[in-house]
Design a binder for this molecule. Structure first.
Ligand code: PLP
Length: 409
């Protein structure tokens, strides 16, 4: 409740009688509807689009025929979900999302399994992360379980859009935006949730043998106490201008650094790993810790788990079963990377995320010099290739691993 100015200029918050408080809470719970998949209505498009040849696809440009939409308002709660033809949104120009960036999103993929049916990769983790993202910008909570049921339904309807080539999939973009139509700088009490889909192929053009990175410390992507650990739209816009400069200098992505010690946070919108040879012949696999400046990637968590599980019983493809991979979530600075490279112990660097899956790094530009990585005979690196092969096999349902790949049916 807003403070009220008194005659002498002091402000005070009027107290609410206990009984009234109780009435308010009970009313909300009674009236606000939860997200309810049983109320789904489906309005199919009259005319379906022609599906482009997979080879011509550019990431995120062609959308499928349908989208899932629902709205939340404080009075009535979640509206009945609708799957409807893909179409523009109609929003009040004062909407919170346009004025104060109450925009959050997720990125997931659907793959065709060997049975021809669509599969998702650890989707419950995306739903949980979406919940933490909406919470960070004080948007109304979602219902992760209900949303997953609806999302599977949408993917099933759109399954003809999933390209059947290896390395191709259907990218899924769940989005929540604040729709409060008022300019007061305050949380949005209403929101719209929608899910759109686009067929996608390999993220980087074929023939690229690794990603080039420019280590950048002048502008930072995230900072302690900031929002880098959440998938909020507002984290990405400030990266576009530095990204454009990096591209002009011939680098594909920026390696984001933070602080005087120039510690590595992430590469572009991907989590970053390095592989270091140890004195005992084993390998250390390092990635920065989730200290709030790093997006907690689902691919990152999966890569750590797969490295940890590498053993004679469950070896990664192409790696010696006796080789030990020691995982470390710890700070890595750019000067340390340079020094490890000079000592010959830095063998690989790679980037991970839903869009790229696992992509090797070919070179890192830093203070006018370059850290270069040598590629194997197949233009791939050792641990990088093993992880990419295994993850893709799990995602495409060709290799069963701990229930990570989930059917949409
Ligand atoms: C989405 C994202 C990632 C990767 O997360 P995944 O869950 O693996 O897709 C990494 N960094 C940033 C900044 C991201 O937005």
């Amino acid at each position: 409740m807003a403070p009220v100015a008194t005659a002498n200029g002091n402000t005070h918050t009027p107290s609410i009688p206990e009984t009234l408080k109780k009435v308010e809470v009970v009313k909300d719970q009674d009236v606000q509807a939860d997200m309810d998949p049983s109320k789904l209505t489906i309005k199919l498009a009259d005319k379906l689009k022609a599906i482009p040849e997979p080879e011509t696809l550019v990431f995120g440009q062609v959308m499928t025929d349908h989208m899932l939409v629902m709205n939340f308002d404080a009075e009535s709660g979640w509206s009945a979900p609708v799957i409807q033809p893909y179409q523009p949104l109609q929003l009040d120009p004062a909407s919170s999302c346009f004025q104060y960036c109450t925009n959050v999103f997720e990125g997931m993929k659907a793959y065709v399994g060997p049975d021809g049916e669509p599969r998702l990769f650890r989707p419950e983790l995306n739903m949980a992360r979406l919940q933490t993202s909406v919470g960070r910008v004080a948007l109304p909570p979602i219902n992760p379980e209900a949303l997953l049921v609806l999302l599977k339904k949408l993917v099933s309807i759109e399954k003809r859009w999933i390209p059947k080539l290896p390395g191709y999939s259907l990218y899924i973009r769940p989005t929540v935006i604040g729709t409060r139509a008022a300019l007061g700088v305050a949380a949005s009490t209403s929101s719209m949730l929608y899910v759109i889909l686009c067929p996608t192929g390999p993220y980087f053009p074929s023939g690229v043998s690794g990603i080039s990175l420019l280590a950048e410390s002048e502008s930072v992507r995230s900072w302690p106490g900031g929002t880098g650990g959440y998938k909020l739209g507002l984290n990405y816009a400030p990266c576009f201008a530095p990204q454009r400069i990096a591209a002009k200098l011939g680098y594909m992505q920026i390696l984001w650094l933070l602080g005087e010690d120039r510690r590595i946070t992430e590469a572009g919108a991907m989590n970053f790993f390095v592989v270091v040879k140890r004195d005992d012949g084993d390998l250390d696999v390092l990635t920065p810790p989730l200290d709030g400046t790093i997006l907690p990637g689902i691919t990152r968590a999966s890569v750590l788990a797969l490295c940890e599980a590498h053993s004679p019983a469950t070896p990664l493809p192409g790696l010696s079963p006796d080789l030990k991979l020691h995982i470390h979530e710890r700070t890595i600075t750019m000067p340390e990377v340079v020094q490890l490279h000079q000592s010959g112990r830095l063998t690989e660097a790679f980037c991970v995320g839903t869009a790229v899956i696992v992509a090797g790094v070919s070179r890192i530009g830093f203070e006018g010099k370059e850290v270069k990585f040598s590629m194997g005979s197949d233009n791939q690196q050792y641990v990088t290739a093993a992880l990419a092969n295994r993850l893709e096999a799990i995602q495409e349902g060709r290799f069963e691993w701990q229930g990570w790949s989930v059917s949409c049916n």
